[in-house]
Write a protein that binds this ligand. Structure first.
Ligand code: ME8
Length: 524
């Protein structure tokens, strides 16, 4: 039996409502969680909001409300997004919750007990937007609007000179252990491009990290130094432990973390340094096991351009889901974007992709074949005659596809898009089988053979619905409802089982309507 699987998204800053990047990460992580659950693994999945820090405090001040009020309001939108997009998390964590304060103080105390914390003064650059400290050597110089030069972070965000008393973490101690981790464990950080970047960063030398602030008080209090709040990333990263009950030795914490569970953090490329350098160093210091993998996915660009409030191209993912359908959006994001690389989206791209694969391919096959069963077979799955080579290879190829998909998703590269490509090939093959066999013509010349063809077409639809259920759960469940399949017969271990002839089917109605392009004026 494989190890329990713990998968997490990053926790989002609720300084504004969710954008398409948040939706993308939630959907990709959800698909992986669902895949492993369908494969029979014990899965725990966590997502949530990262509510502390200067960015939140400043956003709240700008609105004239306390940070907790802003966090409560915006967290509500993030929770709404998870519901809307069918995200199957076990816990939605909010870092302002009491148990999270306790967990953050526990990891702090463990790092302190290991001799890794000391009090000093921080003097250096800080980017509020990135909630990150930068070394002078990392900054880039840009020309401001008035022609003056300004210093920006490597992410292009403004930086400010900060001087304050601060607790420090002896990150420098972990340079060698981290390099060893990267070198000996090539799967720890993926894709490889991010790993190479981080190896270069660590090789460049690690300075001790400032991990507390005294100039504001919106955060987790430092144990024994109540005028300090923890640097937001210390508490944010600890969310992954809080959600399991840490530090209490309850059932979930040992099961998913300390007893060798496979821990996977799915995050975006901009926060790889925090997850693959700071986080493992904190964990090593606290004497805790490390995650199995940190995966830094790419960014979604609106028609190839970075989203930004000033450009006015920030897209509300809930609007997209309303316009095009939840599963249509999920399918597009997961099949069109190469997991690990940046991807582009636009209304045309969503419509083109989902019309081709879902409406014209899957939907059309199901609608045509199941309507024939409804009309000609008394609404019941017909009794098949002997299977010919065509039927045998139809089913065999579906099974081979399942094994290939499993193998892909067990690899460190997590090629979700490539797994969907394989399933899409089977969709087309089933359509081809149906078209080649012409059951509508056989109905007149050889009704028994027509029944056989309809039986195997329905069987391939059942298998395709199971194969795609981790990507587009609601539509596949609707398809399996039409086929009258029990809820407990929809996982991968039911792939090879065959439809029971005589099973009554429900009247099929189109599950994937053909989408029209929205008018240019209201485009995404
Ligand atoms: O970074 N495309 O929060 P966040 C794809 N609170 N992904 C994107 C994206 C885009 N255009 N923009 C952002 C934070 N993301 C921290 C995380 S975890 C302990 C703390 C991703 O709201 C981003 O890379 O800025 C991150 O993984 C997630 O969305 C939340 O970003």
């Amino acid at each position: 039996m494989s190890q329990p699987y713990y998968i997490t998204t990053a926790i989002s800053y609720p300084n504004g409502p969710p954008h398409i990047g948040h939706a993308y990460e939630a959907v990709a992580t959800d698909a992986l969680a669902r895949f492993h659950r369908m494969a029979g693994r014990d899965v725990r999945f966590q997502t949530g909001t990262d509510e502390h820090g200067l960015k939140m405090a400043q956003a709240a001040a700008k609105k004239g409300v306390p940070p907790q009020v802003l966090a409560d309001e915006m967290a509500g939108y993030f929770i709404e997004m998870t519901k809307k997009l069918d995200i199957s998390h076990d816990r939605f964590i909010r870092t302002s919750e009491t148990d999270h304060h306790a967990a953050s103080q526990a990891i702090w105390s463990a790092m302190e007990a290991n001799g890794d914390l000391y009090l000093d003064k921080y003097e250096g650059w800080y980017s509020v937007r990135d909630e990150a400290y930068y070394d002078e050597s990392e900054l880039v110089t840009a020309e401001g609007e008035g022609g003056e030069t300004e210093k920006l972070s490597p992410q292009g965000t403004p930086v400010e000179w900060t001087v304050e008393e601060s607790w420090f973490f002896r990150l420098s101690r972990y340079q060698e252990p981290l390099l060893k981790l990267f070198r000996e464990n090539s799967g720890f950080l993926k894709p490889d491009s991010r790993r190479n970047e981080m190896i270069r960063f660590v090789e460049g030398g690690l300075k001790d990290l400032s991990i507390s602030r005294t100039s504001f008080d919106w955060g987790v209090k430092v144990p024994g130094a109540e005028n300090h709040v923890m640097y937001v990333w210390v508490d944010a990263l600890t969310n992954y432990l809080t959600g399991l009950g840490y530090p209490a030795e309850t059932e979930d914490y040992p099961k998913y973390w300390t007893a060798g569970g496979d821990i996977t953090h799915i995050i975006g490329k901009d926060i790889v340094r925090f997850h693959s350098v700071y986080w493992p160093a904190f964990l090593m210091s606290a004497g805790l096991p490390l995650p199995k993998q940190v995966f830094g996915h790419g960014f979604l660009l609106n028609r190839g351009e970075k989203m930004s409030k000033s450009v006015g191209n920030v897209v509300d993912p809930l609007n997209l889901a309303d316009k095009f359908g939840v599963d249509q959006l999920r399918y597009f994001l997961l099949s069109d974007v190469i997991f690990g690389k940046d991807g582009s989206y636009s209304a045309e791209m969503i419509v083109t992709r989902t019309n081709a694969d879902l409406a014209n391919n899957f939907g059309n096959l199901a609608q045509r074949s199941l309507s024939m069963i409804a009309k000609n077979c008394d609404g019941k799955i017909p009794q098949p005659g002997e299977a010919t080579e065509a039927e045998k290879s139809l089913l065999k190829d579906l099974q081979t596809c399942f094994h290939a998909v499993t193998e892909l998703l067990a690899s460190d590269e997590l090629p979700i898009h490539a797994a969907i490509d394989l399933i899409r090939e089977r969709l087309s093959a089933s359509n081809q089988y149906f078209a080649d066999q012409e059951p509508w013509a056989l109905r007149k010349t050889d009704p028994a053979r027509a029944d056989t063809v309809l039986y195997y077409t329905a069987e391939s639809i059942r298998r395709l619905a199971i194969l795609l259920r981790w990507v587009i759960p609601d539509s596949c469940d609707k398809m399996l409802d039409v086929l009258n399949q029990p809820r407990d017969a929809r996982n991968f271990d039911h792939l090879e089982q065959l439809l029971e002839p005589g099973t009554e089917i429900s009247k099929p109605s189109p599950i994937f309507p053909r989408l029209e392009l929205p008018a240019a004026t209201e485009e995404a």
